[in-house]
Design a protein around this ligand. Structure first.
Ligand code: MYA
Length: 465
């Protein structure tokens, strides 16, 4: 069975995770087809504009798809079809198909102690993310080679502080930070990482690894090195008796358990237009648009303050109760919450509301800082400063009001745009708070774990960095 048409359309799009543009055209596509009244491009659009945008979108889709997809032929995956992952040909009505592990766990001591074969001249390494030189090397590799948008206008620029945060959670293993180096110069040319986590999927808690930062130097692309990297990290993870993984990607692979969308809320619209991240509606002036996106100077929720170490047990309680509502969610203990959610300068921003009466934490806001480099050069700006919604819980106010405050806090911290996926209950605030829909999807995947039915993004409560 071929992937559904919409997926096939996206199959050639690059990872849209964070660097994702709301480039003008994509915001307009969404407007043309979904007409969110509050999105920037939706305002002031007449029928001719809308039609033009639909035609633009179709032409671009056709170009992305290539001929195979346009004829709706199944996309073949020489590597992924050999892996213990859901396949597009799976038939859920087949009574023999069970939810859970696809391949049985083996004895970890039987896992090969040696890494797979690399092309001549290259060797495996583990990247020690406590070492300043290694951090710099990883930073350089990602800064120059990691995820870009389809039009090569923006590329993610994870800071070194961010990478230390993302790669050193409680119980991390250095050997799950896999690198490939050129033997002669020791230059780092490829990377993939895993960190340990517990994920609850349809009631089952799974000890697994979250895979991220798969990156191959631009000069080494299309040589089938990615499957070698994936097999190597699988070997190293299996060697520690872990048999499942979760990961996200913009590309369509066998087989997503869910498909989410990024939405973008302009905070500095003048800069976003200048750098080509978005565009004004044709009948709209800059002054009108600035007015439309204006925010109050201060948050409205009383008592909102930075999260501190003392809050960790109560935030853990609040967050765990909230995450229990969703089909797919991380299980976080206090050490995890302290690591992932305590504020870190220029990396993660977290705020709480404490009830005066009960001293419980009633509300929680968090977002992380993931800038993108502007690589197209047609602007004086070098960086797009983007905040990404992380975990947010509202009990004493509405989620809408809380996220309005999140926007204000992001603006105060000089972010240009606030991005959010349509996960959890986020749909309730996206359009009312004037987010515009982004282009492309973010697909969620499980390795060696079958889920019988695809899940809507509202059932996913996992935000990967
Ligand atoms: S998502 C971020 C991915 N990174 C980027 O987009 C950065 C820029 N791009 C690159 O560096 C390269 O283009 C990459 C591919 C490295 C992406 N996930 O070597 P190739 C398959 C999985 O010739 P290249 C993230 O980090 C592709 O379908 N597979 O290709 C999560 C094809 O297989 P098949 C991918 O372009 C990563 C094969 O690779 C992805 O030179 C999760 C072609 O290989 C992708 N994003 O390099 C990884 N892109 O023929 C899986 C392409 O079958 C983890 N491919 O279609 C699985 C769990 C492992 C642990 C398990 C433990 C138990």
């Amino acid at each position: 069975m071929s992937p559904p048409a919409d997926d096939a359309v996206r199959a050639s799009a690059r990872d849209t995770a964070a660097g994702a543009t709301v480039d003008a055209a994509s915001a307009s596509d969404a407007t043309a087809t979904r007409a969110p009244e509050s999105s920037l491009a939706a305002r002031g659009k007449n029928d001719v504009d809308a039609l033009r945008d639909v035609i633009d979108a179709l032409v671009r889709q056709r170009m992305r798809d290539g001929d195979a997809n346009a004829r709706d032929e199944p996309v073949r995956h020489a590597f992924w079809e050999t892996q213990p992952v859901g396949q597009f040909s799976d038939d859920a009505s087949d009574g023999a198909m069970r939810e859970g592990a696809i391949s049985d766990a083996r004895d970890a001591s039987e896992v090969s102690p040696v890494g797979g074969t690399l092309p001549p001249g290259y060797e495996w390494c583990s990247c020690d993310m406590t070492d300043a030189k290694t951090q710099e090397e990883v930073y350089e590799l990602l800064t120059n080679n990691y995820v870009e948008d389809d039009d090569a206008m923006f590329r993610f620029q994870y800071s070194q502080e961010f990478l230390k945060w993302a790669l050193r959670p409680p119980g991390y293993h250095e050997d799950w930070h896999v690198g490939v180096r050129l033997k002669v110069t020791q230059t780092l040319v490829a990377f993939i990482t895993g960190v340990p986590a517990t994920l609850r999927v349809n009631g089952a808690p799974i000890s697994l690894t979250e895979i991220n930062f798969l990156c191959i130097h631009k000069k080494l692309r299309s040589k089938r090195i990615a499957p070698t990297l994936i097999k190597e990290i699988t070997r190293r993870v299996n060697a520690r008796d872990v048999w499942q993984a979760v990961y996200t990607a913009g590309v369509v692979l066998p087989k997503p358990i869910s498909k989410a969308r990024y939405w973008h809320r302009s905070l500095d619209i003048r800069k976003l237009v200048d750098i080509g991240f978005t565009r004004l509606g044709r009948t709209q002036t800059m002054a009108q648009t600035i007015q439309m996106y204006k925010l109050d100077a201060k948050p409205k929720t009383e008592g909102l303050r930075h999260m501190t170490e003392e809050d960790v047990p109560r935030v853990t309680k609040l967050l765990s109760a909230y995450l229990a509502k969703f089909a797919v969610a991380p299980e976080m203990n206090e050490a995890d919450v302290a690591h992932w959610l305590l504020p870190r300068e220029d990396v993660v921003f977290s705020y709480v509301v404490e009830s005066e009466a009960t001293k419980e934490i009633t509300d929680f806001i968090s977002f992380y800082n993931l800038p993108s480099q502007i690589i197209h050069g047609n602007t004086k700006h070098k960086t797009l400063k983007a905040a990404y919604a992380y975990y947010n819980v509202a009990t004493s106010v509405s989620l809408l009001d809380l996220m309005q405050d999140a926007l204000i806090l992001a603006k105060t911290n000089e972010f240009d745009v606030f991005n959010a996926l349509n996960l959890m209950e986020n749909d309730s605030f996206l359009q009312p708070l004037k987010f515009g829909i982004g282009d492309g999807n973010l697909h969620y995947y499980l390795y060696n774990w079958r889920v019988l039915e695809d899940l809507p993004p509202s059932e996913i409560a996992l935000v990967l960095t």
